[in-house]
Design a protein around this ligand. Structure first.
Ligand SMILES: [Zn+2]
Length: 74
C-alpha cells in the first residue's frame, strides 16, 4: 500500500489499545468518543467513515470478545 494514510493512530498502554490522532487539532481521541458520533470532541472535525476508522472503533470490542470467550474455553 502506501504511507499516505488518512488517519494516524497512537498505541497506548493504559488502557491498552489505540488512540486516533485528530487530523485537524492533533488531539488524541478515544474510540469511545467517536463510537456514537464521528466527530472530534475537541475541534468538532468531522471524521469521515473509513475502513481504518471502523477497525479502530471495533477493535476494543473484538479484544473483549476474545478475552471473554477465551476464558470460557472457546
Ligand atoms: Zn480535533
Amino acid at each position: 500500500m502506501s504511507d499516505n494514510k488518512k488517519y494516524e493512530f497512537m498505541d497506548t498502554e493504559y488502557p491498552p489499545g489505540k488512540l486516533l490522532v485528530c487530523p485537524q487539532c492533533r488531539e488524541y481521541i478515544s474510540y469511545i468518543d467517536i463510537e456514537t458520533f464521528p466527530n472530534c470532541p475537541f475541534c468538532n472535525f468531522h471524521l469521515a467513515r473509513d475502513p481504518e476508522l471502523e477497525d479502530f472503533i471495533l477493535q476494543p470490542l473484538v479484544i473483549r470478545w476474545i478475552r471473554q470467550f477465551g476464558n470460557h474455553g472457546f
